[in-house]
Structures are given as C-alpha cells and as structure tokens.
Ligand binder design. Structure first.
Ligand SMILES: NC(=O)c1ccc[n+]([C@@H]2O[C@H](COP(=O)([O-])OP(=O)(O)OC[C@H]3O[C@@H](n4cnc5c(N)ncnc54)[C@H](OP(=O)(O)O)[C@@H]3O)[C@@H](O)[C@H]2O)c1
Length: 288
C-alpha cells in the first residue's frame, strides 16, 4: 500500500506518516497546493499511490466566518480537486472531516452522534466541511470519510497551540483560566486517529466513519483533566459560551461515537495522559 499524505507537516499528517513509515509519500503545503488541480494531478501521476489522504483544511473556525470563500475553497472545492485527481490515477481518497458538521441540534435523550445521524452544521467551517464530504463522495462514492474532533498531537496544531498546550501556557502566564463548560466534544489524540485511519485503509474500508477517542467531555473538563495529569495548580473556573463571546457559533453537543468501527479507540483520558507524557508535561513519579 502506497499512501500520499497531503498536509504532511500538520499534526495529523505527521502522525499518519509516522504510522505508515515507508508506505507514506509525505506532501507538505510547500510541495503541493490542494487549490492547484493540475499540480495535484502531476504529483499523483508521478507517485501512483493506492490512497490519497487529504488532511489540508482552513480550520480556524472564527476566521471561516470572516472569509467563507476561503473556507469553501479549502474545505470543499479543494477536497473535490483531490478526489478527482486521485480518481484519475486509480487511487482511493480519504477525506478528514469534523464533529462540527453537527451543532444545530442536540439528540434527545443525549447520546453521541453516530454515522447514520444527518449533519446539521451551525457555522461556516462545519457547512464547508459537509460540502467537502458531499463533493468527495460525488467523485468517489467509495471514498473514505473520517470525522474526528478536538485534535491534539505532538507536532502541534496549524492553529498555533494544541488545546492542552494552550491551557498549560495560560496557567503559567496568567494563573487563572476560564473555559467553556457548555460545549461537549470527544477530544482525540492524532496518534490514535492516524493508527485507526491506516487500519481502515488497510482493510479497504469505504464510506463514513466517526473516529474519536472514546467518551466525551466539555472543554472545561478537558482542561481540568489536563491540569490534573500535569500536576498544575491553577484557578480554573467554568464559563458559558455566551461569556466567551467568540465570533462563530459553536456546537453545544458534538460528542461522536461509531456504529461502524470494529472497536472503539481508547478513552480520551488515557490518550491525553500519553500525549502529555510525550511532550514532557507529566511530573516524574506520577503513576497511572
Ligand atoms: N484540529 C482539530 O481540532 C480538528 C478537529 C476535527 C477535524 N479536523 C480536521 O482534521 C484535519 C487535520 O487537522 P490538523 O489539526 O492536523 O491540521 P494542521 O495541523 O493545521 O495540518 C494541516 C496541514 O495542511 C496544510 N495545508 C493548508 N492549506 C493547504 C493547501 N492549500 N494545500 C496543501 N496543504 C495545505 C497545512 O500547511 P501550512 O500550515 O503550511 O499551511 C498543514 O500542514 C483537517 O481536515 C481538519 O479540518 C481538525
């Protein structure tokens, strides 16, 4: 299996390359631009992969509200370009999508969203990713579409900080941290997500999969757990989404689970502990 990884310098892209080893053909933004269909086709004709995984995105959620054109170019038209170029060389496409395809509703009774639940985004980012999913599937009905959430990885996010890094930085520099407690998600370690995506590709999987670390929490609980594991004392308090005052509307409930994966990934708390260990934030002597 030969896999072109687009966005190879990103946090998910770099973990995909690590899991794939010699099977990966890493392509950074400098090497290929997903907005350039001819450039994409030339690279794929040269490399002749079995799979093309597209991790490139415009995912700064508030900025997407200011520039919907860019959001749709990067998150919808570009994935369509990638899928068409992949189809041209006989490769399968894997498109990475998001829990923010949900948000307009909350299931009653509350339960994680499953693959069979129709998307209902409430911001530009989520809407552009739903469009990307649809366009990719129009080109390749058998494409693999993987929705994940709240990503953090050792390489660090293209947004700047991962959420745990940001929390630790704020604790160190400000001493007091306020975090929203009315948005619930399934935070996911990119190393675990990468391993699961590679395993799906190895199995020749097709269609939509929700791939997240097992369980869910609010951003406030995510921060609290980060501080507990890192042994950081901080004045942490919950705040509401309204108090946080961000530009883009955020899903109050975007917990995900899968009705299609053979087994769930490990719980988010375990994955977070391993991540914090890897970036050197777990005090010596802490036992699991
Ligand atoms: N981060 C999250 O919390 C989250 C949650 C759910 C789903 N997702 C999805 O998961 C995927 C991976 O996210 P991530 O956090 O790993 O992102 P990331 O760390 O920002 O990596 C994305 C990579 O794509 C590259 N890229 C951007 N524009 C490009 C273009 N026009 N052509 C080629 N490459 C381009 C970036 O390079 P430059 O930095 O050099 O531009 C970056 O290396 C995305 O599709 C995202 O929508 C993310």
């Amino acid at each position: 299996m030969k896999v072109v990884v687009i966005g190879a310098a990103g946090q998910l892209g770099s973990d995909l390359c690590a899991v794939l080893g010699e099977r990966a053909v890493p392509l950074t933004h400098q090497q290929v631009d997903v907005n350039d269909p001819l450039g994409l086709l030339a690279v794929l004709r040269e490399t002749r992969p079995d799979w093309v995984v597209n991790t490139a995105a415009f995912h700064r959620v508030d900025d997407c509200e200011l520039d919907p054109g860019r959001a749709f170019r990067l998150n919808a038209v570009a994935p369509w370009n990638v899928a068409r170029a992949a189809a041209e060389v006989g490769a399968r496409t894997c498109f990475v999508s998001t829990d923010y395809v949900y948000g307009r509703d909350v299931p009653d009774p509350r339960r994680p969203w499953l693959e069979s639940d129709p998307p209902a985004p409430l911001n530009v980012y989520g809407t552009s990713k739903v469009a990307g999913e649809d366009l990719v599937r129009q080109v390749q009905p058998e494409a693999l579409v993987v929705r994940s959430a709240g990503l953090y990885g050792v390489r660090g996010s293209g947004k700047g900080w991962t959420f745990p890094q940001l929390m630790l930085h704020l604790a160190e520099t400000r001493g007091a941290v306020r975090v929203v407690d009315d948005q619930v998600l399934s935070p996911t370690y990119t190393a675990d997500l990468a391993a699961a995506i590679v395993s799906l590709m190895e199995d020749g999987a097709a269609g939509l999969f929700h791939v997240v670390n097992d369980g869910h929490c609010s951003w406030y609980e995510f921060a609290k757990r980060t501080f507990e594991i890192a042994g950081v004392e901080v004045d942490l308090a919950p705040q509401s989404t309204a108090e946080a005052g961000r530009r883009a509307a955020r899903p109050p409930w975007s917990a995900l689970a899968s009705e299609r994966l053979p087994r769930p990934l490990r719980p988010w708390q375990e994955a977070l502990e391993e991540y914090l260990e890897k970036i050197g934030k777990v005090p010596a002597g802490r036992t699991r």
